[in-house]
Design a protein around this ligand. Structure first.
Ligand code: GLY
Length: 426
């Protein structure tokens, strides 16, 4: 079959790479792709926001399956357009994508259906929001309702900073319409984990759990980013917690949407806090995680194309997917200054030196090719993933590859999966 992957980041490179290995896939296309994806797929210069362009291309090429990587086109209704033309698309329609496109909508869904999530209040009026800070204890959690390119969440001990975040969203419209409504949320402590599942709107098949590292610096210091690394599986999450995640969060959310007339097909990503009294949903996303996908897919033994196809066709069946016992560690190499301002167009060296390393996969995120060279083109530039019989082995392999790669200003965390000793089932 012919498969189109929409997007241009490390997540989409990992998807295209893994799909290209599927015995049922003859050819993979990516739109628009990046410098690294040309090794596994044909890159088409169609932006992921160009919905008519994507649909026309998929129709013209008689694509058997289109997998949408980023959230923005899903929230904008790309899956609806594919379905209108009778094309198979992996990703929810606009209605389902609201689970990520509106945090308030997702909160209400949780409340209506008993999905565990922290208490929150929604505001459109800045005066009321500022006054309501009194009801919340620090750290304050301020969230823009809509998509804000990963910048709409502030977590702070400092009330003045929380006030600034409320004013920025509601008065100054720093996030445009995405910040016209803002949630104040109760802070929950614990350990954050990413739980993703495939679904055809009825059956839910969890992927291996993953741990994301959101802060830019070692020891969880520095500002929030899109994710500086990840590992999978999570040996320290016990069976009872996994059951709650599966039954009370992932399955319940899909069933909740179905009961409200939304057939959610694609991947459902729950960003969770494992609190003392059980997992709590911090956010839902309507797409694969980045960089979680770069740590999850190298461990997948089952044929991903068949599983994604089954989601589209409404024929997803348990039993669960098969995973290798090996651990996977993924380290993001970022541009100097990221997540703030950074330069682009810098030459990357060492990619060839990293290539022969065993069980190492270098996924391109923000790269472009020019005159036979690979240049940086984004904040997160590469995700270097490695498998190993233990986390120590996977870490050593990933960091050996990182040490061979360089570009001016490159920075990365040195503590991804540090101290995670055992491997276990996903
Ligand atoms: N790594 C966080 C996300 O994909 O949303």
């Amino acid at each position: 079959m012919k498969v189109l992957v929409v997007g241009q980041g490390g997540r989409e490179h990992a998807l295209a790479w893994r799909l290209a290995q599927s015995p049922s896939v003859d050819r993979v296309f990516v739109a628009p792709g990046n410098a690294g994806m040309a090794d596994v797929a044909t890159c088409e210069p169609i932006s992921s926001g160009d919905v008519p362009g994507l649909v026309d291309f998929a129709e013209r090429e008689a694509m058997d399956l289109t997998v949408v990587g980023p959230e923005a086109p899903l929230v904008a209704g790309v899956a609806d357009e594919f379905e209108l033309r009778g094309l198979r698309v992996f990703g929810p329609t606009r209605e389902g994508a609201r689970i990520e496109g509106s945090k308030a909508w997702a909160k209400d869904l949780c409340e209506r259906h008993g999905i565990p999530a922290p208490r929150s209040r929604l505001f459109t009026d800045v005066g009321q929001a500022l006054a309501a800070l009194e009801e919340f204890r620090p750290p304050y959690v301020v969230k823009a309702d809509g998509l804000a390119a990963g910048k709409g969440v502030t977590v702070t001990e400092d009330r003045t900073e929380a006030e600034r975040a409320l004013r920025a969203a509601l008065l100054e419209r720093a996030f445009g319409d995405a910040g016209a409504r803002v949630l104040l949320e109760e802070h929950v402590s614990g350990r954050e984990v990413s739980a993703l599942a495939l679904t055809d709107g009825e059956t839910v098949v969890p992927l291996a759990l993953a741990q994301d590292y959101k802060r830019s610096l070692d020891g969880d210091a520095g500002p929030n980013t899109g994710g500086m690394g990840a590992y999978s599986p999570l040996p320290r999450v016990d069976e009872a917690t996994r059951r709650v995640i599966r039954e009370e969060i992932l399955e319940r959310a899909v069933a909740a949407m179905a009961s409200e007339g939304i057939r959610y097909r694609g991947v459902l990503y729950a960003g969770l806090m494992l609190a003392d009294d059980g997992p709590q949903v911090l956010e839902f996303n309507c797409r694969f995680g980045d960089p979680e996908t770069q740590a999850i897919l190298p461990r997948l033994r089952s044929d991903p194309a068949q599983a994604l196809l089954a989601c589209c066709d409404g024929s997803l069946a348990a039993p669960d997917l098969e995973w290798t016992e090996e651990a996977c560690v993924s380290v993001v190499l970022a541009s100097g200054g990221y997540p703030g301002d950074y330069a682009t167009g810098l030459p990357i060296s060492g990619l060839e030196e990293a290539r022969p390393l065993r069980e190492v996969f270098v996924f391109h995120a923000g790269t472009r090719a020019r005159d036979g060279r690979v240049l940086t083109s984004g904040g997160r530039v590469l995700a270097v993933s490695a498998l190993g019989a233990s986390f120590a082995e996977a870490r050593d392999r990933a960091y050996e590859a990182c040490s061979r790669i360089s570009f001016e200003g490159m920075h990365y965390r040195k503590d991804i999966a540090a101290g995670v000793e055992a491997t276990a089932d996903g």
